[in-house]
Design a protein around this ligand. Sequence first.
Ligand SMILES: C[S@@+](CC[C@H](N)C(=O)[O-])C[C@H]1O[C@@H](n2cnc3c(N)ncnc32)[C@H](O)[C@@H]1O
Length: 227
Amino acid sequence: MRLRRNPKAIPFLMENPLVVKDPEQWRGKWQTLFPNPQPLFVELGTGKGQFLAKAASLHPDKNWIGVERVEEVLLKAVQKGEATECTNIRYLWIDVKKLPEIFAPGEVSRFFLHFSDPWPKKRHTKRRLTYRVFLNMYKDILAPDGDLILKTDSEGLYTFSLEEFTEMGWEIVEQTTDLHHSPYNEHNITTEYEDKFVSQGMPIYYVRVKPPRPSSNPSLTFHSNQV
Ligand SMILES: C[S@@+](CC[C@H](N)C(=O)[O-])C[C@H]1O[C@@H](n2cnc3c(N)ncnc32)[C@H](O)[C@@H]1O
């Protein structure tokens, strides 16, 4: 997402208390940053932040973090977060690539990938946020019962993501090629991009997946009667 350069964006983000400074210092301790220790839900590429602000208001029993690398876009998201006056919402001005430096294994309960850049050219495959290197990163950070939700308007990214999830051993728990005409829409919270595509009559692709766990392989399961 591109917005016109805004010279006020960087000073705003540097001073805003909802933007976590030096996020590496909270690795393994994110629960202590929020007033209540509760599951941590993280949206990757939060954009202008409509989803995160609504989700934090509707679900005060979760802690919410929006990750975004473009300062002008993040400024808009943080302003929406401020308007909610929620205490369970924070923002990280970072690239998704940095996640392992910022979250310890098992620290995140759910990742959201909402309308991630599809990078349709084959030579850009490795930039897609569902490329296997990213999936391995998410897998290491997710809690034992954690999961990931993907929503996209791009059939190409959806198909590619399903292939990557399957090849990397992720379990597909829910899936539809038309979210807004499916039972999964009941608790759906829309994003800015989603509203735009839906208003144009486009279907929204949706999938919820769980990462592979070593214990899900029966040959690796430890039984006490085996010793
Ligand atoms: C197409 S927009 C979608 C925004 C929002 N999720 C929505 O659905 O309205 C994708 C957003 O992801 C951000 N983004 C893409 N790659 C990223 C990365 N590697 N790290 C952090 N943010 C990223 C972009 O800057 C952009 O704001």
